[in-house]
Write a protein that binds this ligand. Structure first.
Ligand SMILES: [Zn+2]
Length: 145
């Protein structure tokens, strides 16, 4: 399966920074079945641990799914969204992504009472592709004239 040079670079960076290894360990602990996907990514299906709030999450180059194949087929852009998170791991030196993501999610919660609307990582990964609603529109202040 041919891999674009940028995807090959992401695969190498996330291997060296150990985030993909961490993702494979998380998938193993969650009893997920790991398969090789496109662009150097791995998809782990059948993850069993934790709350089912997110249908998918990504650790390094490993996309961990809580959806079955039928539900995934109804959300064809979800893997594109998660692949962007894999790229974000590479940019953030691997596991350092996690505290940065949590801080961004906290910032979003403070602004909009949800973890995605103002989370820079979710916005860059594509809110709509991830199944998130668009950020709430801010009410404009009345002018003081
Ligand atoms: Zn996301």
């Amino acid at each position: 399966m041919p891999v674009r040079p940028t995807a090959a670079l992401r695969l190498a960076v996330n291997a060296v920074n150990l985030s993909t290894l961490l993702g494979l360990a998380v998938a193993y602990v969650g009893r997920a079945r790991v398969t090789v996907a496109h662009e150097g990514l791995f998809v782990a299906r059948g993850f069993t641990l934790g709350a089912r709030t997110a249908p998918a999450f990504t650790v390094g180059n490993v996309i961990i799914l809580r959806l079955d194949d039928e539900a995934l087929a109804r959300r064809p852009r979800l893997l594109v969204h998660e692949a962007r998170h894999a790229t974000q791991y590479a940019w953030c030196i691997g596991p350092l992504f996690l505290p940065l993501y949590l801080a961004a999610a906290g910032w979003s919660w403070l602004r909009a009472r949800d973890f995605a609307s103002y989370n820079v990582f979710e916005r860059l990964a594509g809110l709509e592709d991830g199944g998130y609603p668009p950020p709430p529109r801010r009410r404009s202040r009345p002018s003081r004239r």
